[in-house]
Design a protein around this ligand. Structure first.
Ligand code: G1P
Length: 277
């Protein structure tokens, strides 16, 4: 089985929940202490062995491209000023062999549509999808845990966590057979996007997926559904007719940095590490 070496990052979203901060800055570039949010997720996948990153982006997100590019002028100035320690910060060794590719999503038609924009860059191989708003802290990382389950079972794997009933309508929710769990792995019976009531379980989808490239077959011709958008969840649901998909209850602490509450908590968590140091 081919190793997972590619990750798709949908980053074209407008970040309306963080206006006015995100009027001129992509929400993915908001700092968590001294690093932009997106860098945490990129580091997570690179440390998991991924060396090709595909951003599904838009014209308002150029700063992301600049962030992962070289800035020769700044490098030269730092070098001349003898500030070598900063050079490593802006030009990290771990990213030196990573290939970054940018694909423009011209209209925001939803997560499913964003992922479909990466089809021409993915061959017949499983690939990761990362929603960078979800900052997940653990070692081994969430995506490493999912890749391991994928390799063991040779099927698609979705990260899930337990969520209280009144919050289920914010997430994709999986339906499973009872009794279900072996080693935190749940075979999906069904999956539903943002159920308003009667959620089929308390297991909500987080922004980490390892999916078979067959997902593209199901993403094509999908009609918009919840929120008027083309939903990745709907394609996963169709894929269940032909293939096994596992929901994996990963270990780690998740911060939803797409919300003010989660963003502040992420900073608080990492700030504590610095203050205790
Ligand atoms: C997306 C997915 C949803 C998933 C969530 C995780 O929703 O559609 O299934 O639970 O990410 O963050 P969004 O947050 O983009 O509305």
């Amino acid at each position: 089985m081919k190793k997972v070496t590619k990750a798709v990052f949908p980053v074209a979203g407008l970040g309306t929940r963080f206006l006015p901060a995100t009027k001129a800055i992509p929400k993915e570039m908001l700092p968590i202490i001294d690093r932009p949010l997106i860098e945490y997720a990129v580091e997570e996948v690179v440390n998991a062995g991924i060396n090709e990153i595909i951003f599904i982006t838009s014209h308002t997100k150029r700063a992301i491209e600049d962030h992962f590019d070289q800035n020769f002028e700044l490098e030269e100035k730092l070098l001349n000023a003898g500030k070598k320690e900063y050079l490593e910060k802006i030009n990290r060794d771990i990213f030196s062999n990573v290939k970054f590719t940018y694909v423009r999503q011209k209209t925001q038609n939803g997560l499913g549509d964003a992922i479909l924009h990466s089809e021409h860059l993915i061959q017949e191989e499983a690939f990761a999808i990362i929603l960078a708003d979800d900052l997940i802290i653990n070692n081994p990382s969430c995506i490493s845990q999912l890749i391991e389950i994928h390799e063991e079972n040779e099927c698609s794997v979705i990260g899930v966590n337990e969520v209280p009933e009144n919050e289920m309508e914010k997430y994709g929710v999986i339906s499973i057979d009872e009794p279900s769990s072996t080693n935190n792995s749940y075979v999906l019976k069904d999956i539903v996007e943002k159920p308003k009531s009667n959620a089929p379980s308390n297991l909500a989808v987080v922004g980490r997926y390892v999916l078979s490239s067959k997902i593209f077959k199901y993403l094509k011709n999908l009609e918009p559904s919840v929120g008027g958008e083309v939903q990745l969840t709907d394609a996963i649901k169709l894929m269940l007719n032909d293939e096994k998909v596992i929901g994996y209850l990963y270990e780690g602490t998740k911060f939803d940095c797409g919300s003010r509450h989660g963003y502040v908590n992420a900073i608080k968590h990492l700030a504590k590490e610095i203050l205790d140091d």
